[in-house]
Ligand binder design. Sequence first.
Ligand SMILES: *[C@@H]1O[C@H](CO)[C@@H](O)[C@H](O)[C@H]1NC(C)=O
Ligand SMILES: *[C@@H]1O[C@H](CO)[C@@H](O)[C@H](O)[C@H]1NC(C)=O
Ligand SMILES: *[C@@H]1O[C@H](CO)[C@@H](O)[C@H](O)[C@H]1NC(C)=O
Length: 534
Amino acid sequence: MRLRYHPYSPLILFGLAAARSLADSTASTLDGADTTHTHRKGGPDAAKARAVKDAYLISWNGYYDHAFPDDTLQPVTNGSVNDRSSWGVTAVDSLSAAIIFQDAESVNQILEFIPTIDFTTTRRSEFFSLFETNIRYVGGLLSAYDLLSLPQYRNLPENKTHVETLLKQAVSLGNALKFAFDTPSGVPDPSIQLNPAPRRSGALTNNIAEAGTLVLEWTRLSDLTGDPSYAALAQKAESYILHPAPPSAEPFPGLVGTHLRIADGRFTDTSGGWSGLTDSFYEYLIKMYLYDPDQFAFYKERWMAAADSTMRYLVSHPSTRQDITFLSLYRGTTTIPVSTHLASFAGGNFILGGLLLNETKYVDFGLRLAESYYQTYRGTATGIGPEAFRWFDNAKPPSGDNTPPPTAEDAASYASAGFWATARQYILRPETVESLYHAYRATGDAKYQDMAWRAFRDVARAARVGGAYAGLADVTGADGGRFLDRMESFWITETLKYLYLLFTEDSEIQVQAGRPNMWVYGTEAQPYRIRSNR
Ligand SMILES: *[C@@H]1O[C@H](CO)[C@@H](O)[C@H](O)[C@H]1NC(C)=O
Ligand SMILES: *[C@@H]1O[C@H](CO)[C@@H](O)[C@H](O)[C@H]1NC(C)=O
Ligand SMILES: *[C@@H]1O[C@H](CO)[C@@H](O)[C@H](O)[C@H]1NC(C)=O
């Protein structure tokens, strides 16, 4: 799950203004990295896998007891909210996790629920996000359908009819969503409603993350059903981003703008990066190549162009911590030293690309990113990275954005940690452990398991409340500030799933180094079987 905040929103750039002390921040070297080059072989760890599974069981049971079948648990108050069309997003999104955790009870609870969902309408008259609906609902249904065909999971469902129903419900939902693409260009409207009748929002633009993170799920839906219409719609929308129309909004080769006009698919700006509103477009380029290297060879070319430009132009080292590598945003060819928790997925995506292309330079760069973004965890009092942060890069010309200078506390943080937080919340996001997962799979080095374990322990301690786990308002304060009363569905299906995969046994659904990958993970950490493997 990516994209939540606009990279230039005041929230990201300036953050919240609470005072706190980071005097106890001790981050001065990358944990285990750079100081020594020893490689300690990692491996499955049953006790740690069990601890992650326990956190999953607390989370699922908290949701099931207090919120099901509503969308989202409010763990502080044991309440619930319907913020994703009232189709029970936490249940549908969590099914693939329940399967991978081999939790038969919740698998069957969810499988019995799914046939009762009416995806052709919503309870309330409301607009909802095509992108979020795709990655959480379409993705959740298709991933569970694929996973349940594996021998190790085949016996989890008590009623096999429910497995076929997963695909039927994905078709029902896909058919209900199709009209979103019925625009002059075929770039979908980002926001639609079904109740009282199907209607597009009429938005003038979409962004490359929301328009460019449909193609994997919709291609999979076509392959599983034999109906090519879903793939055709998503690939048509994608074509405008793959082939920017002249005058090209491509400030660096392969790195494009953020917003597309729905009228004609042309870019309206030249800003971007690997953060909100753009991120998973780049992520899916290399994942489509994994899905089918023949049909999606051009997607790989575009990913390589973007990756090479990123390594050349967006790489940035904080003036106080030259050992750290962050990725800047850009406005035209001006780079801006700002990044986000969302952007910490990039390390894992570079590592995956390097593994698939046999390119050490991408793997090595991805490892540096994974370790560096993990340093945002080490640089706060809670041990958890903030939503957004800044730094100075003296090697680059000033970005010209009118950022206020850091406060005294921010400056103290910057001196030792190499960043200061400009948005201090943590909403149970996965991206940092997602990249540590890829780093561990690529190298087998135990240090990445150690980093992920430390992140897990710190999150599990600070975020545990009442019925489950909640977001935190201020990771820079020792107690994490107040709780944010929501447990997003990606906590179970992404954060806890990647953590579990770091410590459980090897299997074919894991990301592979040195042998072919059989599965590809969507941006919501929903694994799908790749095409050439069927
Ligand atoms: C399995 O589920 C289907 C529909 O979801 C239902 O019609 C059928 O009775 C169920 N079978 C059993 C053995 O419960
Ligand atoms: C990468 O190397 C493996 C064998 O080591 C080979 O099977 C594969 O085709 C190579 N992939 C590319 C993209 O060169
Ligand atoms: C919420 O439920 C949990 C058990 O699931 C309980 O421990 C906690 O006290 C409850 N919180 C409130 C505010 O009722």
